[in-house]
Design a protein around this ligand. Sequence first.
Ligand SMILES: Cc1cc2nc3c(=O)[nH]c(=O)nc-3n(C[C@H](O)[C@H](O)[C@H](O)COP(=O)(O)OP(=O)(O)OC[C@H]3O[C@@H](n4cnc5c(N)ncnc54)[C@H](O)[C@@H]3O)c2cc1C
Length: 495
Amino acid sequence: MTLKQRDYQWQNWVGTQKSVADLYEPVDLVDLKNDVKTASAKPPVRALGGGFSWSALVNADGGSLISTAKLDRVLQIDRAGGTLAVEAGITIKELAQVALDNGLALHSPPIFDGMTLGGVLAVGGHGTGQGLGTMSDSIDELTIVTPDGTERTLRNTDPELESAATGLGLLGIIYSVKLRCEPAYNVQIEKGYVSNQCLVTHLDDLLESYEFVDLYWYLSGDRVWVRLGNRTSAPADPPNLHSISEVARDQLIQLAGGAVLPPLVSRFPDLTQRLIRFIFDKVIDPPANNLDFLPQSLTAVDRHRFFERQWTRFSNAVGRAVRTVVEPRAIEVVDSRRAAHYIDGIFESLTSEFAVETDKAADIWRSTVEFVRDETAPGARYAYAVNLTVHARFVNASALPLNPATGRKTCYIEVVTIVGTRHAQPFLNAFHDFMMKRPGNARPHWGKVFKDNDPSLDEIRLRYDDRSSQQFSSHRRSIDPSNALVNKLLETLKK
Ligand SMILES: Cc1cc2nc3c(=O)[nH]c(=O)nc-3n(C[C@H](O)[C@H](O)[C@H](O)COP(=O)(O)OP(=O)(O)OC[C@H]3O[C@@H](n4cnc5c(N)ncnc54)[C@H](O)[C@@H]3O)c2cc1C
């Protein structure tokens, strides 16, 4: 048994969730089985990955936490078969590197790679890519430990696998995962600004033309920063000074931002918004590509030519040399790992995200930007409550019961603000109500900020079809008949 500390005071990465519980830290499967069995005498028993969730998923007040920090080994690499088997506590960062080193690419990994695989799968975590579902959709096999300390390996033939793949920590503690991967590929990325009006008009066309689509509105008037990508057989561009400096810059922003922004947001909220706009407009992506490149009726080919023009506008020899070394690249070929993890620094933030039907995405994006602009403007109800970004990504439909992308092509829209921002939680509550009323059957991301003071998941559960919901419940009951893994937030899912 590896009881590390009794009555351990746990908190999530930004200190917005706290709970006191016994902490176990198993180092292998044998430990894990013993620990889960012992801990089940003191429920709730919750798995703890990196603690990066904002919602009260990990909370185990008066119960037990099973940390996967030491379960981070690579167990098997099958290059020919395209699978990777790893322990669930491995971070996405390590996993993505192992995949790349072995000529493989992960399905839809999240943008930030500090989280553990177990934590990302448990909430149906996703990245970008319309050819891909969520990470959970690439599970081939899961080995779980049930509350009585039994180990079970769930394969495609086991009906419980689908529910356990986005299991919220309710269908056993995941010990290991075998993931299906693709052969590693490169992606040609195109970056630039577009007016919101134009984007909304042409979003469907854009989604047809590009597999990887990311949209960011940095509170800057009518401009949206877009990052578009398609697979390519071209080799990845070698890093230039600019791309190397981007990594350093992101990390510097993270360090400086981490120290400066949280105290700033509560004392000088209007200054924070202006500062963030300045950082994104002038430092992160200066206006080199700042054109509305999607005029009415522009085809994908025309758009491509636009980017080409940007790319080759320094066509003489000196210009070319300078460009190769320092120019921010409007078009860039990157490997599949870099396609997913393109931001190297993060602020301590609060994020609320909803999965909506891609068919309704243009309208929901437009109204979300309007809602954020109106509700957080100076003098508005939630003045300055959002200071980072509104972000959208697109993935294929998931086939898993309580996965927010289940059953439909999905657009994820999130609102991101810095920790400590005044009015942030009341605004995010209002954002929750706003999204739940939109067409598009919005489902909240399980791991992001939930509506405050409303821990009941009844309303959210209705967003999943009855069959999915029943299937999840019956599998949950068969794995955890004594409800040892159920915490306060997840009570509703017991039914
Ligand atoms: C900066 C940042 C960026 C993010 N970007 C994205 C993104 O791009 N896409 C996205 O989808 N999400 C994103 N998220 C959300 C994140 O993916 C989820 O919150 C994820 O659950 C965090 O993983 P974790 O290892 O920290 O898990 P934790 O927060 O520790 O746990 C989350 C849930 O997983 C369960 N769990 C953890 N390990 C196991 C296990 N071994 N077995 C069973 N259950 C387990 C826990 O019990 C809990 O219910 C982001 C979060 C942050 C902080």
